[in-house]
Design a protein around this ligand. Sequence first.
Ligand SMILES: [Zn+2]
Length: 378
Amino acid sequence: MRISPVFLNLYKNQNLVQSGTAVQSTPPPNAAKINSADSVNFSARIHEYFPKKFLKEILMCGLPCPVCGKKLIPLELLNEPAVDALRLFDKNIHNMTEINKLIFFKMAELAPAHPTMNMQAILKMLHAKAEKNLIREQFLILDELNFLCGEIPKSKVPELHSLLSETKGILYQRGKQENKKFKRKSAISRFDDFALSLSDDKVRLKIMNAIRQLPTSDNNTNAFIVKYSSRSPEEIGMKLYNKDFGTMEHIIPESSGGRIVIWECSEDNGARGNKPLNMQLSQKPEMFGYLQKHFDRLIQIYYEDAPTPYLATQKNLLKEYIFTAKNEFAIASRQVLNIDISALGDIPAFMIIREIKRIRDMGCTQYLRNLYKLLQEK
Ligand SMILES: [Zn+2]
């Protein structure tokens, strides 16, 4: 069956998207191209089709990860007072790094006495002392570098001295002047530059190794507290343990025209690296079962009277999300993954028309035919 060009032009030239309904805007066909703006506006554009609030609330209703099946934790819960938020980690403590464990227990010790404070507020209480200790540790590293003055050419000593005193100055100023904040990375690169100007390989390596002893939030609790006491509770939680949290992922990469995101665990999201989700489908056949469970839960939410007060008013949007996500999986897997959403009931014609328009923009003619057939049945 061939789709008549007249039919396609009809949708190209007329605005058939009903006003006041779910989809807020239809991106132009060339929106799929990769450009530098993509990376800049990434988070804003994820929510182009389905509002952020909507996506967050479906996660709050509890969803299994579509890749591994484990229950996803909504990041939002990390904003609760620390006494409650820290309970989310109960099952995961043994998987934390040593530093993260120490931070966890420090917060757990303080939290009950401060029942309204979130994790950030608890870290803030520890900040002043941690900063003092951190500066002491950083100075020790810089003093070690000072000892190396005896091993470099005399003509280079003043340069190393001024680099050291400048760095110490920035450390003392920490937090007082925003533009003079100490950055470990830039300190390392400045000392590396100096080391590279030396001809002696041995001393060059010594300098490069010594400056890398500066503590990081991965290996030092003071550095963790100083860095993360200015971060949101969500970031703190992700840093402590980030495997079960729900994160958003495009089904089809945005650069290929994909517009729909689904929730999956941060472990699977992180493990995939730059590989798109649709590539994983062919390599992980067991994913189909989890994916179906993910959709079954979404359909269950659809039938709940009031899963959340907001979602109770967004039934059509939820139906469209399920229908649209199913379509993207079918396209992504070349229709190998035929997710069963029949329990969702009838899909209104206007949703199918909107999908035809969207998928036409993606250039997936094969799937377009199926949708067209579905429309004809109505
Ligand atoms: Zn997972």
